[in-house]
Design a protein around this ligand. Structure first.
Ligand code: TXA
Ligand code: MG
Length: 328
């Protein structure tokens, strides 16, 4: 399968790579035509930078001139794994990959097939999640196949993704300032505890401007029919349909370039019930969104639970809130 993926790259196709978080839509960083193709077939705006995937710490160091003891400690602990470090970039990285930013997001994914592919090709792979812009991320090979044609994308089938939601994105400044740009499977507390234990000086800051976290749109990960978060429990299906019908009409056509989904009719609502274990819930969430969107219902709903506000649920609650058209 690795040979077929290499052939696909050589013929100008993109390769969908399995990772422990979600599938990525990959191209080698030294092929600008293929990088451009990622943005075009994903319909992704050029202002949203791509993560570069490596297969070793030494390869990561070729992408940045900055590698502090803090980077060493974080990567020794969490790589390969769901942590993306945003670091000052070297000139070898095409500005298209970083959307003109002076930084690059780097991570070493934990999936044997993708690790072997990067080792074989010996070039880091730029890859966003393998879904159309603003839509639900893919956690299986079939999810990718349902969205992209085999003429354009070769799917390296590595089975279902274990983590189920995207990596934590952490910006690291040269003075030790850290900014969590996207919550993910590795929590802020895990990062804090590790650095404190090692006696490393650091300071967590909030993102200062939109330019620092260009991909953090208000809406994202949206399924093909509206997802609604329900804050009052229990409501009858009829009540939910009625409340949503009234509210949806007052929403704009699109928010920050992402189209708000509107159903043709409003007769059937279907619930997603997630397990209380946050890791298990994260693994299932995107697959549930996709299958419920295909179920013939007109909208999907999730009852909000008090524990969604706990740290373990932070990343999943973030995805849920962004995937939702509204809360009632
Ligand atoms: O788990 C993941 O991170 C998956 C797998 C495939 O690795 N990838 C992923 O990529 O979620 P994508 O493109 O869907 O999300 C990457 C996020 C975007 O919000 C982007 O704006 C941010 O990372 N990002 C990438 N490079 C950045 C940079 N230099 N500065 C700030 N944010 C950056
Ligand atoms: Mg994405």
């Amino acid at each position: 399968m690795i040979e077929a993926a290499l052939k696909a790259f050589a013929s100008g196709k993109l390769v969908a790579i399995p990772t422990e978080t979600v599938y990525g839509l990959a191209a080698p960083i030294n092929n600008p035509e293929s990088i451009k193709k990622i943005f075009s077939i994903k319909e992704r705006p050029f202002f949203d930078p791509l993560i570069v995937h490596v297969s070793s710490i030494s390869q990561a160091k070729t992408l940045t001139n900055f590698w502090s003891p803090l980077c060493e400690i974080l990567t020794k602990e969490f790589w390969p794994g769901p942590l993306t470090l945003v670091l000052p970039k070297t000139k070898m990285i095409d500005p298209m990959i970083t959307s003109g930013l002076e930084t690059v997001g780097v991570r070493w994914p934990k999936h044997e097939l993708t690790q072997r592919l990067i080792e074989k090709i010996q070039i880091p792979l730029a890859a966003p999640s393998a879904n159309k812009f603003g839509k639900t991320s893919p956690t299986s090979a079939d999810h990718v196949r349902s969205e992209f044609s085999a003429n354009e994308v070769f799917v390296l089938d590595g089975g279902p993704c274990e983590g189920g939601i995207e990596s934590t994105v952490l910006s690291v400044q040269e003075n030790g300032d850290l900014t969590l740009l996207r919550a993910g499977l590795i929590t802020k507390t895990q990062i804090k505890d590790l650095l404190e234990k090692q006696g490393i000086k650091f300071c967590f800051l909030e993102p200062t401007d939109k330019k620092m976290a260009p991909g953090q749109m208000k809406h994202h990960y949206m399924p093909a029919i509206p997802l609604v978060l329900v804050s009052k429990e229990p409501l009858s299906e009829q009540k939910i349909l009625q409340a949503v019908g009234e509210k949806l009409n007052s929403l704009p056509e699109e928010i920050e370039g992402v189209r708000i989904v509107r159903p043709q009719k409003m007769t059937k609502a279907i619930e997603i019930c997630l397990p209380e274990d946050s890791r298990l819930a994260a693994r299932l969430f995107y697959a549930e969104l996709r299958s419920k969107a295909q179920s013939g219902a007109d909208l999907i709903y999730i009852y909000l639970k008090p524990y969604f506000h706990s740290e373990e649920w932070k990343a999943l609650y973030d995805r849920m809130s962004k995937a939702a058209s509204l809360t009632i």
